[in-house]
Design a protein around this ligand. Structure first.
Ligand SMILES: [Zn+2]
Length: 139
């Protein structure tokens, strides 16, 4: 079974519903990483396909967390992003966005998560208790 998360995409004043779909197995793996990485946050990249407004996640390569204090923040390794872009080339896949984990509390995005999210990219937060929250950052 796939887990579907709903978000809103805004383009040129038009609001259209879009979804991020991630399989239960991949989601469970990310929850496992959230547990294992405690007390630090873990992070990585969402790789998959865009089909008719649906973003389907196929792979979730992990990045090192380069934040000065990885217990309270995450910062992707730019090299991991470049590697993911190289890896998807010619395979019909694309970089959909990014994921990170919350070692404490819920998967609700923090003010910093919302402020630092890149426009047009999907964001997925997973907490150590199995909760998750996804959103498409507006342009
Ligand atoms: Zn966060």
């Amino acid at each position: 079974m796939d887990r579907e998360t709903k978000g809103q995409g805004r383009r040129e004043g038009l609001v259209r519903p879009v979804r991020l779909v991630i399989g239960d197995k991949l989601l469970a793996e990310l929850v496992g990483i959230a547990v294992e990485a405690r007390p630090e946050e873990a992070c990585g990249i969402l790789v998959g396909r865009l089909e008719d407004g649906v973003a389907r996640v196929d792979e979730t390569p992990r990045s090192a967390n380069r934040a000065a204090d990885p217990r309270v923040a995450f910062e992707l390794d730019p090299g991991a992003w470049v590697a993911a872009e190289d890896a998807v080339r010619g395979r019909g896949l694309t970089v959909l966005g990014f994921w990170h984990t919350h070692p404490r509390g819920s998967a609700e995005p923090s003010d910093m998560d919302l402020a630092h999210a890149l426009p047009g990219m999907w964001n997925l937060v997973v907490d150590a208790r199995g909760g998750h929250h996804a959103w498409l950052q507006p342009h």
